[in-house]
Ligand binder design. Structure first.
Ligand code: TXA
Ligand code: MG
Length: 354
């Protein structure tokens, strides 16, 4: 990847400077790459209807090109224009959850480049709930294709600093408006079948969707169930390893007390081997683990949103701390806990059921 100068612009998250927005939108319209904040994570944006522009995203991220991208819109009209046939549930979901962390997979129009859909005849669309993102899309006047702005396989970026670490020199501009709020990516909901299917849990929870939809299914792969041999995953992104810190990570799931005991026993063994161990534990539990480990608090069990907001930052901290192994506690899958557990499972090299 050639080395280009990445311009970094600081913006107020709620009142972005329109001149900077116009400069960034001009880069997008001209086929360049701009990283921008959303309410979930930072996105790496390109002109969503230009094959050449979108191809640059794959190059900058080092991402496999069969993994499709989300088109970000600033209003309902833009979304309607991208779908061949909007499923009946789509309108209700848009009215209820947009702008917000819900991505809808719907039949796509033919004009959407293959580079966006990965060759599928569906398209993923979302309206982000962030003033900077909405201003940028509006100023560009076109849907913006944007994956998370990290190198492929690394944890998604929740701050501009994370984006800089991964992509400086590979993108034209970075809009820095402080940390993203939710901390995990949007929920991806497939509306192309008879019953809506959650392909990726995220900021809008299963429980919230249940309140407005008569039926909604969670794809079995979300919590690690293996697909039958030869069956392609419905969301191509699900087959790739993700969110991985540099060190191997062992995830302990099940009954909380047994999780603590098994994790502590594992720590003891690694410590006697002279290993530098990082532990990811809920605030309620950090005092269980002895001082030789580096223990980082993954929010509270009581409020899983705090775990969601800190998870990716903590995985990156373990990289900086150069630990040899990470031991992580699982948490309850209620609410946004399901999304946190999904990311932990996908980041883990080994899962120990306790
Ligand atoms: O919160 C988010 O969704 C962030 C911000 C930047 O908006 N974006 C994001 O994009 O997480 P990305 O590319 O990292 O993840 C997109 C997910 C992938 O798992 C991909 O496989 C799935 O959406 N996806 C995209 N188009 C699809 C389609 N047509 N059918 C099924 N899954 C699709
Ligand atoms: Mg991603």
């Amino acid at each position: 990847m050639e080395n280009i100068t990445t311009q970094v612009w600081q913006l107020h998250p709620n009142h972005p400077d329109q001149q900077i927005i116009e400069k960034a939108a001009a880069i997008i319209k001209a086929g360049g790459l701009v990283a921008f904040p959303t309410e979930t994570v930072y996105g790496l944006g390109a002109h969503g209807l230009s094959s050449e522009a979108v191809a640059k995203i794959y190059c900058a991220k080092g991402r496999p090109s069969d993994n499709p991208l989300i088109l970000h819109v600033a209003n309902l009209q833009m979304a309607v224009g991208l779908s061949r046939q909007l499923p009946t549930a789509a309108k209700l979901l848009m009215e209820t959850f947009w702008p917000g962390p819900l991505t809808l997979v719907v039949p796509g129009v033919a004009e959407i480049p293959r580079e966006v859909t990965g060759g599928l005849d569906t398209v993923a669309i979302r309206m982000p709930d962030h003033p900077v993102a909405l201003a940028l899309i509006s100023a560009a006047g076109i849907p913006i294709a944007a994956p998370s702005a990290n190198k492929s396989g690394k944890p998604s970026p929740t701050t501009a600093d994370h984006v800089r670490t991964d992509l400086a020199g590979c993108i034209d501009a970075l809009l820095d408006a402080g940390p993203a709020g939710v901390g995990l990516e949007s929920t991806v909901l497939d509306l192309t079948g008879a019953v809506p299917v959650i392909l990726r849990p995220g900021g809008v929870t299963y429980e919230q969707l249940k309140q407005v939809l008569p039926k909604v299914i969670i794809d079995p792969s979300v919590l690690g169930e293996k697909l039958p041999k030869n069956q392609a995953p419905r969301s191509p992104g699900m087959k790739y390893k993700h969110y991985a810190p540099t060190a191997p990570m062992i995830l302990f799931t099940g009954v909380p007390q047994r999780v603590r005991e098994k994790l502590a026993a594992h720590l003891k063994e690694l410590a006697t081997q002279g290993k530098r161990v990082g532990i990811l534990a809920s605030k309620e539990n950090i005092h269980y683990y002895p001082g030789e480990a580096i223990v980082l608090p993954l929010g509270t069990r009581e409020n899983p949103a705090t775990a969601a907001a800190s998870l990716f930052e903590l995985l990156r901290q373990f990289d900086k701390l150069q630990v040899d192994t990470i031991l992580a506690e699982g948490l309850d899958t209620k609410g946004i806990g399901l999304a946190v557990m999904n990311r932990l499972q996908r980041a883990a090299t080994e899962i120990v059921e306790c």
